[in-house]
Write a protein that binds this ligand. Sequence first.
Ligand SMILES: NC(=O)c1ccc[n+]([C@@H]2O[C@H](COP(=O)([O-])OP(=O)(O)OC[C@H]3O[C@@H](n4cnc5c(N)ncnc54)[C@H](O)[C@@H]3O)[C@@H](O)[C@H]2O)c1
Length: 450
Amino acid sequence: MKIVMVGSGYVGLVSGACFADFGHEVVCVDKVESKIAALKQGEIPIFEPGLSELVRSNSEAGRLSFTTDLAGPVARADAVFIAVGTPSRRGDGFADLSYVYAAAREIAQSLNGYTVIVTKSTVPVGTGDEVERIIRELRPDADFAVVSNPEFLREGAAIDDFKRPDRIVIGTDDLRAQALMADVYRPLYLNSAPILNTSRRTAELTKYAANAFLATKITFINEMADLCEQVGANVQDVARGMGLDNRIGSKFLHAGPGYGGSCFPKDTLALIKTAQDYGTPSRIVEAVVSVNDLRKRAMAKKVVAACGGSVRGKTIALLGLTFKPNTDDMRDAPSLSIVTALQDGGAIIRAFDPEGMEQAKAMLPSGVVYCNDAYECVDGAHAAVIVTEWNIFRALDFDRVKAAMAAPILVDLRNVYRAEQVRAKGFTYVDVGRGDMSAAKELAGGGEAA
Ligand SMILES: NC(=O)c1ccc[n+]([C@@H]2O[C@H](COP(=O)([O-])OP(=O)(O)OC[C@H]3O[C@@H](n4cnc5c(N)ncnc54)[C@H](O)[C@@H]3O)[C@@H](O)[C@H]2O)c1
C-alpha cells in the first residue's frame, strides 16, 4: 500500500518506518526542512532505540523516503496519516489543533482517487468530524474517508510497541475505510494483535481515557508513597501487593517525581476541558492533574529537606533530566519544575543526562552547569538527585561519588537503590515512600509524627 505520514516526529517517524518494514511504500513528510534533510542523509533527529537501523534498512530497500512537499505523495496515496503535534493550547489547556487542521487543508488540495485520511495524532472528540468538514469544503469532489487511529506507543520502546501493540483501535463507520485500514495493519494481526473497530468519536475518546487512567494510576501510587513516608510503610511492597491482583495489574505503580512527558500532561488537560465543555466534568482527572503539578515542586522540597532545610549557595547535582529513560524528550519533564524550584531556593545546579542534554539546554532555565558524565556532575555537590532512572545510574561507584561530593547526600526520586546499600557507603539517603521513619524523623527535626 502507498502510505503518507504527515509529521515526522516521534510518532510519525516510528510509524512510518514500521509501516515500511511491513512492506508498505511510505513517504514521511515534515515542514521542518532541516529535519527532512537530516533524514535523507540517514541522520535521525530524535533518540529512539532501534530507529536508526530501521530507517536505514527501509530507506535502502526503497520503501521509505522523506520530503517536505506532500502534494505528489498524497495524490498517489491509499492512506494519509496525520501525525503532527497537538500540544496544549495556551490559556485553557485544550489541545491546539491548528497543526492538524493545517495538515488537513494541505492534504485536501492534493487528494486524487479514493483516499483514507487517518488521524494518528491524539485529538479531542469531534476532531475527525472537523477534519472531514474542512476537506469536504475545500474539495467537494474528493472521494475520501476520515478515520481515527490513535497511537499508543511509548517513547523508548516505540518500535516494539508499534510492532507488537496490545490493540489497534480503528474508528470509522465507513466499511470501505475499515477494509483499507485492515490491509494497512494486516501484517500485525497475523501476529494476532486485536483490532477494535469502533466509531470515530469512540476511538478519539479511547486514547484520552487510556492516558488519563494511566496518569491516575501513577498519581495514586505517588499519593500512597507520601502516606507510606508518614506511617512507616514501604510503597514498593504496597505496589507489589496491589499489582499482583490481576484486576489492578503491576504496571504504572512506581512511585516517583510525578508523570511528565509529551502526552500525559497535555492529554489529561485536554480531557478535562472536553469533559467540562460537554457538561460532565471529570473530577478524578482534575484531581490527578493538580496533585501531579504540586508533586513536581514537592520533589524539590524533598531535596531542600535532605540538605538540612536550605539549598542557598549549595550545589545540587541532577542525574537524569528527561521525563523517562531511553528518550531525549524533555517535554513537561519533572526536571523542569525541580530545577526552577531549586534555583528559586538559591541552589547552583549541575546536570547530566545521557541523551537529553541538547533538548534540556533549550528548555531549562539559564545558569545550569551541564556535565559530561555522572561523576563530573556530582563533583563538589552538596547533594545528588536521581531524577531519571537511566541504566547508567543504577550501578554508580559510590566510593568515587562520595570522594567527589562536598557532602554525601543522595536523593533517589526513582527508588533505584536499596537504602542499606547506600547508607553502608556513608551516605544520607532519601527515597520516595519506602517508609524509613528514622530518615523522615531526622529530616523533620527528630519529633514524633503527630
Ligand atoms: N510522543 C509520543 O510518545 C506519542 C505517543 C502517542 C501519541 N502521540 C501523539 O502523536 C502526535 C504527534 O506527537 P509527536 O510526539 O510525534 O510530536 P512531534 O512534535 O515529535 O512531531 C510532530 C511533527 O509534525 C511536524 N508538522 C507539524 N505540522 C506539519 C505539517 N502541516 N506538515 C508536515 N509536518 C508537520 C512537526 O514539524 C514535527 O516534526 C501528538 O498528537 C501526540 O499526542 C505521541
